[in-house]
Write a protein that binds this ligand. Structure first.
Ligand SMILES: *[C@@H]1O[C@H](CO)[C@@H](O)[C@H](O)[C@H]1NC(C)=O
Ligand SMILES: *[C@@H]1O[C@H](CO)[C@@H](O)[C@H](O)[C@H]1NC(C)=O
Ligand SMILES: *[C@@H]1O[C@H](CO)[C@@H](O)[C@H](O)[C@H]1NC(C)=O
Ligand SMILES: *[C@@H]1O[C@H](CO)[C@@H](O)[C@H](O)[C@H]1NC(C)=O
Ligand SMILES: *[C@@H]1O[C@H](CO)[C@@H](O)[C@H](O)[C@H]1NC(C)=O
Ligand SMILES: *[C@@H]1O[C@H](CO)[C@@H](O)[C@H](O)[C@H]1NC(C)=O
Ligand SMILES: *[C@@H]1O[C@H](CO)[C@@H](O)[C@H](O)[C@H]1NC(C)=O
Ligand SMILES: *[C@@H]1O[C@H](CO)[C@@H](O)[C@H](O)[C@H]1NC(C)=O
Ligand SMILES: *[C@@H]1O[C@H](CO)[C@@H](O)[C@H](O)[C@H]1NC(C)=O
Ligand SMILES: *[C@@H]1O[C@H](CO)[C@@H](O)[C@H](O)[C@H]1NC(C)=O
Ligand SMILES: *[C@@H]1O[C@H](CO)[C@@H](O)[C@H](O)[C@H]1NC(C)=O
Length: 417
């Protein structure tokens, strides 16, 4: 299925921020962990998914409201769609609110959608707005349009929200503009999260870099979380009890210039620096990487590039994960490269060993990107050798790539995203 992006005279402003690893309190996971896995539209009390995580039917819980809703099971479920949580749904023809009592703190909220025909309702008629307290997460959202465009059968959306009171009200509102519109949801997951976004005031850079401070009320939507050069990682393979999914990066590489996927040398192990918690990303993300290749002449002729569709008009946090994992890359000035984001230089003379201190020590860097315009646009992340320091090898490396949309005045809703 073709996916067209409307890229009409969008202008960019790139703010590049580059940070040292933040001064987190050491620790691998949250102390007060909540993990709610709600299978919507069923009264089953315990249902295991493919990752052996146990979901509970929402009908058996106190989270549901008394407002009218229908439940539906899916008679002819596509075999490629996992049964849990996609084999039933709760359907709303008027506003409906789930209420979750929670301790204040940061949470990931994941919403699972399988847009299909529900009894007498057509998948293509579902348009909804989803809000959490003051945040609009999705607006005029058609899960059907999104899966059709991406050629998927089902999807989930992940948000990071800072809860300041003791309840989270999650409201599904069918569009009032579209005739016969309904809202639906197959699964809701809420999991407590450590503060993976805050950053310290330490940073390296070329003098133009600034420290960015997040608004207290900032919410994030995960757009991409890629294990570059490695396998997709399931929620049970994540670190920090956040149950994040990491996707292989191949679908996002530009053109035929795939570079080379690398695995760490067998005689070394990943060692997180003392000020970097393991929950930032699991071992597996750092143990694999993509580099440009062994041929310096070829590397000088291309950019190793990833293309990511995003909604224009938002700020994005782009987090790049790095780790040198193979001999002989152990010294400063062996592999030095440019990082371009949206065709602008986010970083020159980037040297993983310089910032990490050695082989198999992970680091990550955050960049905040402003975009303008509306509709969809492509975000380009590209790497190219930087010869200005007379680097030994003409190459570049990346281990992981995350892109988070940042809320603007409590809104995260883009066109169908
Ligand atoms: C984090 O996990 C590692 C490995 O599982 C363990 O060695 C370390 O003690 C843990 N740190 C904390 C603060 O729990
Ligand atoms: C987290 O748990 C500790 C100990 O159980 C408790 O004292 C603290 O109030 C809890 N924090 C939150 C935010 O619930
Ligand atoms: C789920 O549990 C079963 C039985 O204990 C085990 O064989 C299987 O490997 C587990 N699957 C995953 C993804 O952990
Ligand atoms: C839903 O029903 C419409 C009309 O009958 C049909 O064209 C469409 O293929 C159905 N969609 C699915 C996902 O079954
Ligand atoms: C959630 O909804 C309940 C019931 O309407 C209300 O009492 C409560 O204040 C709401 N909480 C938040 C954080 O909006
Ligand atoms: C909702 O999205 C549909 C499909 O793109 C569009 O036709 C419609 O105008 C949108 N409605 C609103 C109120 O934005
Ligand atoms: C339902 O929710 C929508 C979107 O948040 C809102 O605009 C509308 O006023 C709500 N309708 C009712 C009857 O509360
Ligand atoms: C969450 O909100 C509380 C209260 O406004 C604030 O103290 C805390 O720093 C916020 N945390 C994050 C990660 O934004
Ligand atoms: C690992 O093997 C490489 C040769 O492949 C060698 O140069 C290096 O010193 C070894 N490292 C350790 C920690 O043994
Ligand atoms: C970056 O450059 C490429 C190739 O010149 C172009 O196709 C693309 O639209 C540009 N991207 C942005 C975000 O400007
Ligand atoms: C790599 O990308 C940068 C920024 O878009 C561009 O200026 C440069 O020409 C590209 N280099 C190659 C070899 O494509």
């Amino acid at each position: 299925m073709n996916f067209s992006t409307s890229l009409v005279s969008i202008s960019f402003l790139l703010l590049s921020f580059c940070f040292n690893v933040p001064a987190f309190a050491a620790g691998n996971s949250t102390s007060n962990s909540t993990h709610i896995l709600l299978s919507c539209g069923t009264s089953e009390t315990s249902i295991d998914d493919v990752n052996n995580l146990t979901w509970i039917g929402d009908s058996t819980t106190k989270y549901i409201s008394q407002t009218a809703s229908q439940i539906s099971s899916i008679p002819n479920q596509n075999p490629s769609v996992p049964e849990v949580p996609y084999s039933n749904a709760r359907i709303f023809t008027s506003n409906y609110t789930y209420t979750f009592p929670l301790s204040p703190g940061l949470y990931f909220l994941r919403l699972y959608f399988y847009p299909t025909n529900y009894s007498n309702l057509f998948a293509s008629d579902s348009y909804m707005t989803v809000t959490v307290g003051p945040y609009t997460l999705l607006s005029n959202f058609s899960a059907w349009i999104t899966v059709t465009a991406l050629d998927y059968d089902y999807l989930f959306r992940e948000f990071s929200i800072n809860i300041t009171s003791t309840t989270l009200n999650l409201t599904f509102a069918p569009s009032t503009k579209h005739p016969n519109a309904f809202a639906f949801i197959n699964g809701i997951e809420i999991v407590s999260s450590p503060d993976i976004f805050s950053i310290s005031t330490d940073y390296y850079g070329d003098g133009t870099n600034k420290v960015f401070s997040y608004d207290q009320g900032m919410a994030f939507q995960t757009m991409y979380r890629l294990n570059v050069g490695g396998q997709s990682l399931s929620p049970s393979e994540d670190s920090g009890n956040m149950y994040r999914s990491w996707e292989n990066d191949q679908n996002y590489i530009f053109g035929a210039a795939f570079g080379v996927a690398n695995q760490k040398d067998p005689n070394v192990t990943i060692e997180y620096p003392p000020n970097m918690p393991q929950y930032i990303a699991p071992f597996d993300v750092y143990e694999t990487a993509r580099s440009m290749g062994p041929e310096p002449k070829i590397n000088l002729q291309y950019n190793l590039s990833w293309i990511l569709n995003v909604d224009a008009g938002f700020k994005y946090l782009v987090r790049l994960h790095f780790c040198e994992i193979k001999y002989p890359m152990t010294k400063i000035n062996q592999r030095v490269f440019f990082i371009y984001i949206n065709n602008q230089t986010a970083q020159n003379q980037f040297d993983v060993i310089l910032y990490s201190g050695g082989i198999c020590i992970p680091i990550y860097r955050d960049y905040v990107i402003l975009t303008s315009g509306s509709g969809q646009m492509e975000m380009w992340v590209a790497l190219h050798p930087d010869l200005s320091t007379r680097t030994q090898y003409f190459d570049a490396i990346l281990n992981g790539l995350e892109v988070f949309k940042m809320s603007t005045v409590e809104n995260l809703a883009g066109l169908h995203y």
